[in-house]
Structures are given as structure tokens and as C-alpha cells.
Design a protein around this ligand. Sequence first.
Ligand SMILES: Cc1cc2nc3c(=O)[nH]c(=O)nc-3n(C[C@H](O)[C@H](O)[C@H](O)COP(=O)(O)OP(=O)(O)OC[C@H]3O[C@@H](n4cnc5c(N)ncnc54)[C@H](O)[C@@H]3O)c2cc1C
Length: 464
Amino acid sequence: MLSPSLLKSFVEIVGPENVFTDKADLVAYSYDAAVLDAVVPGAVLRPVTTEALGAAVRVCNENRLPLTVRGAGTNLSGGTIPDAGGVVIVTNGLNRILEINEADMYARVEPGVVTAKLAAAVEAKGLFYPPDPGSQSVSTLGGNVAENAGGLRGLKYGVTRDYVMGLEFFDVDGNIVKTGSRTVKCATGYNLTALMVGSEGTLGVLKEIILKLIPLPTHRKSMIAVFDKIEAASETVAAIIAARIVPATLEFMDNFTIRAVEADSKVGLPTDAAALLLIEVDGHPAMVEEDADKVAAICEQRGALSVRVAGDAAERDKVWEARRRALSALAKTKPTLVLEDATVPRSKIPDMVRAIQEISRTYDLSIGTFGHAGDGNLHPTILTDKRDKAEWARVESAIEAIFDKALSMGGTLSGEHGIGTAKSGFMEKETSPATIVYSRRIKAALDPNNILNPGKIIGRAEGA
Ligand SMILES: Cc1cc2nc3c(=O)[nH]c(=O)nc-3n(C[C@H](O)[C@H](O)[C@H](O)COP(=O)(O)OP(=O)(O)OC[C@H]3O[C@@H](n4cnc5c(N)ncnc54)[C@H](O)[C@@H]3O)c2cc1C
């Protein structure tokens, strides 16, 4: 519960219609897409101007009140669970596309703009904003920047980080900090943009984002390669990369995932296949044809039973929509879904796929695996029921085993889903004790009262 005088300040800043304190309303802001315990905030604020956003941040700091910023709440690492209490500031009222500059190829947006909305707006002008997380129809660009979100096109086009040209954000005192610019080049000052990307709301609150746009590719070709052996599919991924071909998308689905997606979407996926690769090449027409032929030849050499090319845009969109629904399709199969994000160097994809199968057998768990295999980013997805305590204990051991395997192969804890609280306890395994101390020093310098999403990424120092 917040004090009446504090609530009065927030009402003055954002308006009475944008301060929520009813328990029934607050529950909706107590959880996100991670499987973690919910924590109900003391209040939710919904600023509709950036001035109000900055003023709310300032009041939180003056009153030592923890603050968690929330876009759409789709993150998978507990980043928007207000563990420390305090307020949640939701950004869906800051949803304006401020500018799409065709001549200089950038867009300026408020943080609450939905990712797919920007992508569609720039595409209507023949431009392209490539980062396309599976959640893009609801996720916000502020959330994408704060998580350094990836997507299906990461292999060729990179991730959110590669498109952030500049930012304006509020420091903990509510002052505006500017970093980067609308220019292609900018060497002014510290690279605060890089510090903010992936900072999960722990170092500042994003106010405005300048995003790079590129020309929309004129041609695309999508294909589905069907395999009767999972190893053949994973080895084909490594072979395509080794052949120096860079498809826009190179996605993997195992049989468990194929069956779940087909049951959910009925797009005609072969449910008896051991694995599928969904591949898209794009660019200049001649190059698209050449790359598509090369990819198909590699798939066949590596034992694909068939390689089907999507006949038209409608067929292509149907397949990609089905892929984007993989997570929700899997979620329908069991009460609890734990989506992991361990990522390995691309050549290690076959080893990682094998390791996940072994872990599934060792811990006697159903694990569906899909993901951005071309980036080395697999999503082993454990289907379970958290109420079954014995099984849940095996799930926790399996998660640790997945992280250990990925790290032993030179991989990382998180390809794209961030750390939040879900993985903060594992940070030291990938980095070093000094890395955590160094990061905590940055946090303490920029947020001395520890009010900005406290406890996320680097946990809490002893006594904090
Ligand atoms: C079905 C599904 C599919 C997904 N697919 C992908 C995928 O393909 N690739 C991928 O990378 N992720 C994926 N995700 C994860 C998630 O969608 C991304 O992390 C996304 O970037 C989160 O955006 P959001 O608006 O929901 O942010 P939220 O979940 O609301 O917030 C995420 C983090 O950003 C911080 N934050 C939000 N706004 C601001 C701001 N204005 N200033 C400072 N900090 C802020 C929050 O405090 C939090 O720490 C998926 C999730 C789901 C549920």
C-alpha cells in the first residue's frame, strides 16, 4: 500500500484515470511470461506523456519507492515482476510513432509502440525494421530494447541492438539523458546506448528510441525441409552456415513441437517428421534463386526426405505464422511451460540438440525443442506441471544441466530472453565474480537508492 500523500502526487502527475490501486487491477501486473511467483505491486501508473513518465520516476526516487517499468509483460525472465513491491509504470499509453524518416532511414518512437505496428508502418513505405520476436504482435519496442530482443531474422539481420541508433531516457532523478543520434555515424561521448540496451529497466527508463531502417528486400523464398532423423536436421543447419550462405531465417522444430503446432494451427506440417527446418532466403531475385537452390541441395545431400518451396505469399505467411505460434501451441499441452534460451556457437547445434535429448531422458521430462537454429539459439521447452513437486525438482535440475551444457560448449545463458531474476543466480557461471561486482558498481553509481527494477540481472549485493 502506498501512502495517501504519495498516491496524491501520482494522481497529480498522470491523472486519476491512470493510477490503479484496486487489487483486481493490480493482479494483472504481478506476473509476466516467466514461471515465477507473482508479486502484486502497490500501484500501477500509466503515463500518457513522457513528461509525466519523467516526473513519476523522480517522485519514486525521492521517496525510495521501487519502480518496475512494464511494456507488454511478455518477457520470459521475470523482468517485470515487481519483486521489491513499489509501483509498476506501464508504457502502453506512450505508443506514438513520432517520425518515419524515409530520406535518412530511421524511425523515432515512444517506448510503448508495439513492435509489429512499427514494422507494418515502415513496410508501407518500402522500408524494413527486421527484429521480429515471436511476440511482436504485442511486445513493445521499449521492452525489445531493454531485453535486446532477437527474432526469427536474427541470423542475417541481427537483433534489436543492431538497430538502436539513439535513445533518450530518464535517469533515476527523472532527468533526460541523450545518447546516439539520427546520423549513421556518431562518436559523441560514452556509448550509453550500448549500456542501456539489455539493461532490463535497471539503469534508466526509456523515453524515446531512434531505430535504424533498411530497404525492404524485394524477393523472398521460403521452404520447409523434412527430416526423418533429428541429427540430420541439426547437421544441415551447421552445413548451411559452413557453406557461407546466410538465409534470413533458419528455424528448427523437433517432432514434439511439430505435432503441437499442427494440432493448434492445422497448416499441414508433416507430423511424422523427426524434425523440420523452416528456411527463408531474401534479397535480389537472382541471389534469392541461387541461394534457395544451394540450400535445397544441401538439405537433400544431408538426407532431407523432401524440400517444399512455398508456392505463394499466402502459403509462406501461413508457415511462418505457425512457427510464431510454436510457444503458445506447446503451452496448450501441459499446465506449465518452461521455455529456455541457452545458445551455443552455431557449429555446436548438433551437439546441443543431442545434449537436450539426453537431458530429457535423464530427467524423464517432455522437452519440445524449436528455435533460431541458424543463430545457435535453441528454445528447449519443458512441458510440466509445477504442482507435481517431484517432477518440478527434476525440471530445476534439467534447467541447470541445459545451462551447464551450453556454457561448456562456449555458449551463453541467454540468446535473447534476458536474465531478469530467472537466471540471475547463474550469471557468475558464465562471467566471473568480478563481473558481478563491476556491474553492481555501475548500478550503485547510477541508481544509489536501488529503486530501478531492483534485484534484476545482478541480484542484490549482501545487505542491499
Ligand atoms: C510467445 C512469446 C514469444 C517470444 N518470442 C521472442 C523472440 O522470438 N525473441 C525474443 O527476443 N524474445 C521473445 N519473447 C520474449 C519477449 O517478448 C521479449 O523479451 C520482448 O522484448 C519483451 O517486450 P515487452 O514489451 O513485453 O517487455 P516487458 O516484458 O514488459 O519488459 C521487459 C523488460 O524491459 C523493461 N522495460 C520495458 N519498457 C521499458 C522502458 N520504457 N524503459 C526501461 N525498461 C523497460 C522491463 O522493466 C523489463 O525488464 C517471446 C515471448 C513470448 C511470450
